[in-house]
Ligand binder design. Sequence first.
Ligand code: ADP
Length: 670
Amino acid sequence: MPEKSFKITSDFPYFKGGGEMGQLIRTYDWSNNSLGNPESWSQSLLIAIKILLNSRFPMFIWWGSDLIQFYNDAYRCSLGTDGKHPKALRQRGVECWPEIWPVVKPLIDQVINEGESTWSEDLLLPIYRNGKLEDVYWTFSYSKIEDETGITCGGVLVICNETTEKIQARQQLIASYKKQNALNKELRDSVQQIKDSDSRFRDIVQQAPVAIGTLKGRTHIFESANDKMLALWGHSREVLNKPLLVGLPEIKGQPFIKLLDEVYDSGSAFYGNEVLTVLNVNGTLKDFYFNFVYHPIKENGDQVTGVMMIAIDVTEMVLAKHKVEESEARMRTFLNAIPQIAWTNSISGEAEFYNKSWYDYTGLDFDQSRAWGWKIIVHPDDLNKMLQSYHAILQSNQVGEFELRLKNIDGEYRWHLTRLKPINSSQENVQSWIGTATDIQDLKMAQQRKDDFISIASHELKTPVTSLKASLQLLDRMKGNLSEKMALRLIDHANKSMDKVSTLIDDLLNMGRINNIEAPLNKTRFNISELLNSCCHHVRVEGKYELIFKGDLELEVEADEHRIDQVLVNFVNNAIKYASNSIKIFITVEKLDKSVKVSVQDNGPGIPAEKLPHLFNRYYQVNESAVNTAGTGLGLGLYICADIIKRHGGQIGVDSEIGIGSTFWFTLPL
Ligand code: ADP
């Protein structure tokens, strides 16, 4: 507080009281102010200040030409802190209010010049206070204060009220009204939307292609049902608002009430698939099949209050499926009855069913055979070709076939002819495939033998024929000057070649018989001695070898005489060929327990023991280097013999010792 050069005496009547502002006015050194000391102030001003200081209403005075300012405690609040107060007291108006002066000054001028009071309500006058420019609203009145002459205007009295709080509250209110209005609108829109979607939802439920209904309470009272559900038991029945069992008494004894109880009690949904349901439709009990769900309706969290039922009538589909299943069962029964292997597979090639013959042949079970598991029994050399053919047939949608070797339960591969045929649900639509595999092993073997034979025979024939041709050509060329010795040699040579050709032709004839191997045996009852007497006529005629019969020659057998003769001739011919020094050939007939045994014995060189097991194999020859020698054959004779005896149910074999001789024998059942 500066040192006061002017002291207002305590009894100065105008500046008494007035709180903080009264104190400031009193203590301020007015001598430095353009108004000078208070003693010199106009009476009007002093009176106005007195009123101002004693008023609880915010008041403000601009006085004199400098518009020096006074205000009271009530007004002081509006100046805030860190701003204009206390400097505003005794300050010039223009210096104090630069921010609002352009608005305020014209009003002051209006009052001073025209003497008219002003009234402004809730006017926004932003002022600098509290360290910043703030929006402040005022309601105020400016009125003139005449000087004591009553003619001139000495100053302006401002009676004002700051309405910022009121305005802000009102603005907030408006904003919140606006917000509320917006919210209300949103709410209304939402309610409308819910109403719309609810009604849409109801429409959807009502028109849904599935039956939908709700049951209320533990007694399952039928609360609502859409058209589809009502149609299930005929619209004429009144089922709504009744317990389910009352509305649909025919479901008693069917599983539904129990299921509903469980859903209600557990709160967990139940899903039924193709469930048979008997319903009373217009007085007639009818079978239906449904896929359905019973779903608990929960309120207040977990409280189950009812059950929603959604059901799809799948009766037509199930009946059609049953028909297909029946026809499939019939087809499977049929496939199980046929001797061939048979199966069905999907359009992608995965096997779905195998018949009994498959399991008997392969020894696999279904799990091992399913999908493409069956590939393990296909011969590895046939697998790739088989897969190519298989896929090509599946893609063609046409019947197709291929050959492959399939391994049987004993591990033996046998050739099969596989046929695939599409099963069509319509003209183009292949639904599945049926496959069969027929055992063609014997056929294949016969074919193989024939092919092998032709290639071997043509090769074997070529050598003696070439040699025969050479001898004849030589004879022809030398016919004029041919010595007797030379002629004899060439003729002998030609004869040997001719013998070889003739042996090979015999084999060819035998081969013809092989190809007829599957021809049925022509069995008759005959006496063994008859057989022996007519057999080997050619040997007897030639007279070089002696056939000696021994044993029980009167025994009778039932066999194909022609074929047994073929075996016997083969044994004798071999004895002549391979034991040519043995002039005596013994043919013995013995009666065994249930069979007759016929043996052909020679005293030839014998056969090494290690070769014996192979003698009856196809094309087997003990001395392979002898192939081209005149008199040897193709290694087929014994093979054919073995086959004939096997087909008669007999046995064939050989006993041989090196240097002693060989005994070839066979038995026939009696
Ligand atoms: P091939 O048609 O070649 O005569 P076979 O099947 O009749 O063939 O005979 C097979 C082989 O058995 C002959 O190559 C021969 O070596 C041998 N063999 C057959 N019979 C006798 C026998 N009595 N003594 C010695 N070896 C024999």
